[in-house]
Design a protein around this ligand. Sequence first.
Ligand code: EPZ
Length: 434
Amino acid sequence: MIDGVGGERWIIEGGRPLRGEVEVGGGKNPAVAVIAASLLCDEPVTIENLPYIEDVRVMIDLLGDLGAKVSRCGRTVRVDPRTVCRSEPRDDLARALRASSYLLGAMLGRWSQAQIPYPGGCDIGDRALDQHIKGMRALGAAVTDQYGVIRASAKGGRLAGAEIYLDMVTVGGTINLLLASCRAKGQTLLFNAAKEPHVVEVANFLNSMGARIKGAGTDVIRVTGVDRLHGTVYAIIPDQIETGTMMIAAAATDGDVTVRGCIPTHMEALSAKLLEMGVRVDDHDDVIRVRSTGIRRALTLKTQVYPGFPTDLQQPMTAMLCTARGVSLITETIFESRFKHIRELARMGARAQVLDRVAVIEGVPELAGAALTATDLRAGAALVVAGLMARGSTEILNPHYIDRGYEHFAEKLNALGARIIKEGRREDHAKAGA
Ligand code: EPZ
């Protein structure tokens, strides 16, 4: 779609504190990985608590197009991978999101061969797949990567366990290699593995089908290959990034919001930063309450791999820091171009400069509503947070990015007192929200 031309837009009337309670949905990043992982099973699997978001719809459509029997009832999907009859995912769907890369590990792990087009996903950096490929070669796969297609096949007909040292911490690489190795012959050791909650989630899902994975959540994961995987019923964990975005929106609008159905231990890095700013954060069980105290100190922030500050919350946090007292320094260590939202925030009166991977933000008394364009999923979320904070009305073009990863985002915010109107909704969006 051409940016903003004839498409959907959101109109936000700002300056209204968010107040009340909000329930978090199932996690986007765990969901798309678990859906792909279901291909590894020899029996039907049932996945529960799936969020109503575009990326989940696309992953389900990808499996259906491969021939898997897929049926969805609300937040639950049943996948029977026994009827898969194609080895190449549909190109347009695979290029719509990053998670299609997991089909490489799942299909290679299940059928000892795979072919995928280069995945899509937010344009926030190079997003190479060299570590995925390096690991698959270590497992005994012949892998070619040319003309935008990756082809892999297990030499000798079955992958063999190996010791794999990842050159950098990669969430996708770790997950893809868990998928490829769980049915390999022998033992695999993954060193320098990612520890994100959704890496643990994929290991838990695979183990619920009879895989033998130990150490997920640490930087060394041990996988003992098995010959088959049995069916399971599995519920996806709450979305860590939706939780964090709601927490930031509450603080940014000087509100008082209770986020329910979340996992507070996944939010510790953000909670610590909000406390440092002067925001009140209280949590117990599966509940986090965020209250503004009227104090908003500037921060020094550096995105890190888990359990550090999540890169996916850097963009919404940047929006809030535009009206902090003082100068904030934000360093984005994970992706090389994840500051596109800043030029949009400048249209609202933000005083911000980007120098390579560092954003310098000098707090201003308030932001003014403006016409903005979302460039990626979390940039879209950042612009919504800024629109909620700003004086006057803000228009956001390309909000379809937001629907990729946030379930009923505008509706949930309106229930907390926001005033967001959607104009020119696209037909397929209505289906996505079904
Ligand atoms: C996952 O992306 C998430 N996406 C991202 O969320 C998240 O920002 C990211 O992990 C980091 O937490 C999904 O789970 C679908 P990486 P992924 O592999 O797997 C480089 C969102 O907003 N790298 O950990 O692509 C890479 O270029 C999305 O929900 C290589 O160089 O992230 C990046 O700079 C955005 N070679 C860094 O590592 C490789 O082989 C981290 O990437 C792999 C990665």
